[in-house]
Design a protein around this ligand. Sequence first.
Ligand SMILES: [Zn+2]
Ligand SMILES: [Zn+2]
Ligand SMILES: [Zn+2]
Length: 311
Amino acid sequence: MCPFCSGREKQTPPEVMAVRTGDTQPDGPGWKVRVVPNKYPAFGPADGVLEESGHGHFHHTMNAIGVHEVLVSSPNHQHDLGDLPLSQVRYVVDTMVERYKANKTLSCVEYLLLIHNHGRDAGASLEHPHSQLFGFPLVPSAVADEIEGMARYRSEWGKCAFCHMIEIEQADAIRMVFENDGFATFAPFASSVPFETWIVPKHHSARFEEMTEINRAEFAEALKDLTSRISRGLNDPPFNFYIHTGPTKAAPALDYHWHLELVPKLTIAAGFELGSHISINVRAPEDAAEFLRSSLSGPDTGKSASPGCAQ
Ligand SMILES: [Zn+2]
Ligand SMILES: [Zn+2]
Ligand SMILES: [Zn+2]
């Protein structure tokens, strides 16, 4: 039992949303997915006023206004997304979308980043499976760089880099892990770390929260599939995933292609990687994809063949 378990609702701040059965009451049992403000928020308050100092100098600072929510995946303390029924993963996806929509209109929120840490070594301080949504007053460089790179790509090639990437991955097939009508899961070419895997919508779309009902069902299937493959194939490693989507205040016509990036924690960045920003990936994505394609075949023993990427 932990603060995220059913029956312990009073140990968290009051819920801001929950998927509930029947006529059960807020902050009591009977929920399927529960969203609460983080008890120790990285950003807040949501109605704060942005204060900046030292603009243009080394010591440029701003206050950390915004939101920080916890999305508890299910009442089950043990089972993460790969082990939950597809119907439950769908509730989680619906909740993610609803919280994006609810927070994107906040004046202080320029970006909403949804992340999922699995395992203590991946930064999960509580074992009970949960995701976190951070809303903050700037666009992170990880996304700003992608937007800029995609604009450059379009001016050079006349098409979206991610749409083109999916065409290439489908043709090559060697890095592809899973596909349904709406999404492609693949190990990206020249990935930084072993078993890094992305889920990308096949249809060009800048924003995660604009998924249709059908897209949500397809995305839930792809998310359950990938987390199952990683957990079963690699013997339940720590991992992080995060969703890169368009900034909240960008023009409606923003040219971006949202996606999910999953990064297992099987190796550590050491002196060379930290000193050079060059990655040495000891498992080629082509090999990783082949391994993940076969990782759901055979009985679920909770054990797996060695992924062969220890350092
Ligand atoms: Zn728990
Ligand atoms: Zn695209
Ligand atoms: Zn990205």
